[in-house]
Design a binder for this molecule. Structure first.
Ligand SMILES: [Fe+2]
Length: 458
C-alpha cells in the first residue's frame, strides 16, 4: 500500500488521533518556578489516512501545547480547524503531489492546513501555512480555533509562515508570495490588531521563498532560485525548478518603499536565524542549504525523492548588506550541519549573540538528535545531546522571569522515542550540555513536526 512506503507517516511521524487535555503531569527533576507561559508547536497530522500520494507538508495542522506555572505543567493538543479541513470531508482538496485545484483561474488552491508555524500576537496564537495561507487565530489557553484572522476585514492578502512579531512594538510583520504571480507582499499589523501597512513587490517571476528577515526598520525578502515553471503549474507544485541565477535579498523599509536588492552567490535558504541593523549594514543570519550527502533510497518507493529532499542539511551564514554603498558580503559562521534555528525572541530583529539549532541523526529521515548553541560571533558551539533513541523538536527559548542577559533562560522542546513515549524537556540555556532541569512526561506521543513559539504569561 502506498502509505506503507511513506516514512513520514510512520515512527516518529505517525499521526495521533486523539485530542487530549492533561493536568498535573509527572515531572522528573524540577520545573523552574519562575517559568510561566506556554510552549506551542505546530506540525502536520493527517486526520484521516491519505488516499493518494501524500507529502509530509500536506498533513492537517495540529498544535501541541504545554503550559507552565508555579512549578507544574499541563498539556493539550488540538487540530487547527481551517476552512479547508472542515470543507474537505470528501478529500476534494489537493496536496502538493497533485495538480493544484482551480488552475484555470490561475488561483492555486492546495488544501490550506495552517500546519507550519505559530506566532503569538495580540493575545492569541496565529497558525500560519507555508504556501500563502489564511492565518488562523487559536486560543492560547485552550488551543480551540477562533477562526480565520482577517484583521477586521482589512487584510488584503494571504500570509506566509515565518512572518514575525516585533518584540518591542508588538507588531505582526508579515510577508507572502504566490505560485503564479511574479510578486511578493509585505505588511504590518499593530499590537492591537490594526492593519498599518501593506505593499506589493514586483519580482522577475514567481518564486518559492520560505522565510524572511526582520530588523527594527526593515524586512528582508528572499528571491531564491527556486522558481515555478509552466509544467509545475499545470501538473503539480512539486515540479519546482532550481534556476541558474543568483540569490537576491530585498531590503524593504517596514513603512513602505524600496526594495533595495543585494545579489549573492546562488543558494537556497529555508530558515533565518535572526536579522538586525549595524551602522549602515543590514545583517541577516540564516542557515544556507548544503548537500545532504544522501541519494534517493529505493526502499521508500515513490517517496524516495521526497525523503531525499527532506534530509535537510545546512550551515549557518551571515549576509551583510550595506545600504549606503550597495555592497553585500557573505560570511560563513561554521561548517557544522544544522537547521531549525531559534533565538531569544525578545531580541528578534535586534543583534543576537546566541542561536539554538537542531542537529540531525545521520540518516535520510529527519531525526533531531541534538541541539547546538551557537555563539554567532565566534562560530563556536556547545551541544546538548538527547538520550540514545530520543529525538527532539524545534525548541523555543523562554527567558527567566528577571533575565539578566540574552541566554539567561530555558530551552524547551518536545521529545519522542521509537516506543511512542514523549516528554517535554526544559534545558538551562547557560548550562547547555548538562541534562535537562526537568523532563515532563506527556500523556501521548508528540509526532515530529515543524515550528513553534513561546508565549510568556499565558
Ligand atoms: Fe519553516
Amino acid at each position: 500500500m502506498l502509505n506503507d512506503f511513506n516514512p513520514y507517516l510512520h515512527g516518529l511521524y505517525a499521526p495521533v488521533n486523539e485530542e487530549v487535555s492533561a493536568e498535573k503531569l509527572e515531572v522528573i527533576g524540577e520545573i523552574p518556578r519562575d517559568l510561566h507561559g506556554g510552549y506551542f508547536r505546530n506540525g502536520p497530522n493527517p486526520k484521516t489516512p491519505p488516499k493518494g500520494m501524500h507529502h509530509w507538508f500536506d498533513g492537517d495542522g495540529m498544535i501541541h501545547g504545554i503550559w507552565f506555572e508555579d512549578g507544574a505543567a499541563r498539556y493539550r493538543n488540538r487540530f487547527i480547524q481551517t476552512r479547508d479541513l472542515e470543507a474537505n470531508g470528501n478529500g476534494a482538496l489537493a496536496g502538493i503531489f497533485e495538480p493544484a485545484r482551480d488552475v484555470a483561474n490561475r488561483s492555486v488552491h492546495y488544501k490550506d492546513t495552517a500546519n507550519t508555524d505559530l506566532v503569538f500576537h495580540n493575545g492569541r496564537l496565529l497558525a500560519l501555512w507555508y504556501i500563502s495561507g489564511q492565518p488562523v487565530a487559536v486560543d492560547a489557553q485552550t488551543l480551540e480555533t477562533i477562526g480565520v484572522e482577517s484583521f477586521d476585514g482589512r487584510l488584503p492578502h494571504n500570509i506566509s509562515a515565518h512572518s514575525k512579531v516585533d518584540p518591542v512594538t508588538g507588531e505582526f510583520v508579515f510577508f507572502d508570495y504566490a505560485l503564479y504571480e511574479p510578486k511578493m507582499w509585505t505588511g504590518a499589523v499593530s499590537a492591537v490588531g490594526e492593519m498599518t501597512y501593506f505593499q506589493e513587490i514586483d519580482l522577475p517571476g514567481p518564486r518559492l521563498p520560505h522565510d524572511m528577515g526582520m530588523t527594527e526598520n526593515y524586512v528582508i525578502l528572499h528571491d531564491l532560485p527556486v522558481v515555478f515553471t509552466d509544467a509545475a503549474i499545470r501538473n503539480r507544485m512539486w515540479q519546482i525548478h532550481v534556476a541558474d541565477q543568483p540569490t537576491r535579498f530585498g531590503v524593504v523599509p517596514r513603512t513602505g518603499g524600496g526594495p533595495k536588492w543585494f545579489e549573492f552567490p546562488t543558494c537556497y535558504v529555508y530558515h533565518v536565524i535572526n536579522s538586525w541593523e549595524e551602522g549602515d549594514e543590514i545583517v541577516m543570519a540564516a542557515c544556507k542549504m548544503a548537500p545532504n550527502g544522501f541519494e534517493p533510497d529505493a526502499k521508500y518507493g515513490p517517496y524516495a525523492a521526497m525523503a531525499d529532499v527532506l534530509a535537510l542539511r545546512a550551515q549557518p551564514f551571515l549576509w551583510r548588506m550595506n545600504m549606503k554603498t550597495g555592497e553585500g558580503r557573505e560570511q560563513q559562521i561554521d561548517d557544522a550541519l544544522s537547521e531549525f534555528p531559534v533565538v531569544n525572541n525578545d531580541l528578534a530583529g535586534r543583534k543576537t549573540k546566541y542561536s539554538y539549532h537542531v542537529v540531525f541523526d545521520d540518516c535520510i529521515e529527519q531525526r533531531f538528535s541534538a541541539l547546538l548553541k551557537y555563539d554567532l560571533k565566534t562560530g563556536k558551539s556547545t551541544r546538548h545531546d538527547f538520550p540514545d533513541g530520543v529525538y527532539g523538536s524545534e525548541p523555543v527559548f523562554a527567558p527567566k522571569e528577571y533575565s539578566a542577559c540574552e541566554d539567561d533562560g530555558y530551552l524547551i522542546t518536545f521529545t519522542a522515542d521509537m516506543n511512542g513515549n514523549s516528554e517535554a524537556h526544559i534545558i538551562d540555556a547557560q548550562n547547555f550540555t548538562t541534562p535537562p532541569l526537568a523532563r515532563i512526561r506527556l500523556p501521548q506521543r508528540v509526532p515530529a513536526g515543524f515550528h513553534g513559539t513561546w508565549a510568556a504569561g499565558v
